[in-house]
Structure formats: C-alpha cells, structure tokens
Design a protein around this ligand. Structure first.
Ligand SMILES: [Zn+2]
Length: 163
C-alpha cells in the first residue's frame, strides 16, 4: 500500500515536471515564432523618439533611418548598426528581448544611434570598433546609461548584412 502511494507520488512529480517543461518550451517557441508584442513595439518606439529628441537638442538634427527588429542576429548580440553605401540602418535582436528588454531600452538603442550619428557625420573610426571617445560623448548625450567604450562585442557592420 505504502509502495503504491510512493509510485503515485513519483508519477505525479514526473507528470508535473513534464508539464512545466513543455509549458516553458511552448512559451519560448511562442515568442520566437511571433512578431514582438505591441507593448514591446511601443516601448521601443517611445525610446527611439526620446533618443531622437535628444539628438535634435544636442546636435541640431535627427536621423530618419530604419530601426529593424530581427531574429537573424546571433543570440549574444543585442543590436547592430549597419553602414552600406551611404545607407545607415539599425537592427535590434528580437532573440535577446525576452531576457534583456530593459538593457535594450536603457542602453542599446542610444548606443546604436550614437554609431549611426557618427556615420552620418562621416566618422568611420575602426579603433575599438567605433567605440571612440567621441562616440561615447554622443552616446551619453543621447541618454545611454552605460556608454562603455570597452564593450567587447562587435556591433558595427560595414557593408551588406548577411541576410
Ligand atoms: Zn557599439
């Protein structure tokens, strides 16, 4: 009788873990295969307009460039700025939004717009992948909260995106 009870408890725990596992899998699948939520879209648009207002205030112009949300960037990347024959665009990584949305809003958007502004002004320094002292100043002016010059990720692409 006691053994039977144990078996039932064990079976219950197994089923419960399976349920939790498949729920997690479903949630992450759901996020990956659907466009980002309206809430995320609004948060990004809000931050973008904040950054552009600061750009207008400190630099006297804004940039009308595409801000593209993609799931084709490597998982460890948050965003990149692309300069391709005079055209500037910014990509944000949808894959990192689930875990790091706050970081993307507080840091990444201003960080990438600072690269875009440097490109717009014809500054293409390759030193520290474009994370120069001038870039840092722009990043701070645009409201970035951690405009670290020594970021170890390569988030500037000159030329075509591979997708
Ligand atoms: Zn950067």
């Amino acid at each position: 009788m006691f053994k039977k009870k144990l078996e039932i408890i064990f079976l219950f725990i197994t089923l419960l873990s399976l349920a939790v596992l498949s729920y997690n899998w479903y949630q992450s699948h759901l996020f990956d295969s659907s466009p980002i939520s309206d809430e995320y879209r609004e948060l990004i648009a809000e931050k973008e307009s904040e950054v552009l207002q600061l750009m207008q205030r400190y630099y006297g112009f804004t940039l009308d460039i595409p801000l593209i949300i993609t799931d084709k960037l490597p998982a460890k990347s948050y965003g990149v700025t692309v300069y391709d024959s005079g055209e500037i665009s910014i990509y944000l990584n949808k894959k990192s939004m689930r875990e790091s949305m706050e970081y993307i809003l507080d840091d990444v958007i201003a960080h990438e717009y600072a690269h875009a502004l440097m490109f717009k002004r014809g500054r293409f320094e390759h030193k520290s992948d474009g994370h120069t002292a001038q870039w840092q100043k722009v990043c701070q002016d645009l409201g970035g909260s951690r405009c670290d010059r020594y970021v170890n990720h390569d988030d500037v692409i000159m030329g075509k995106m591979p997708f």
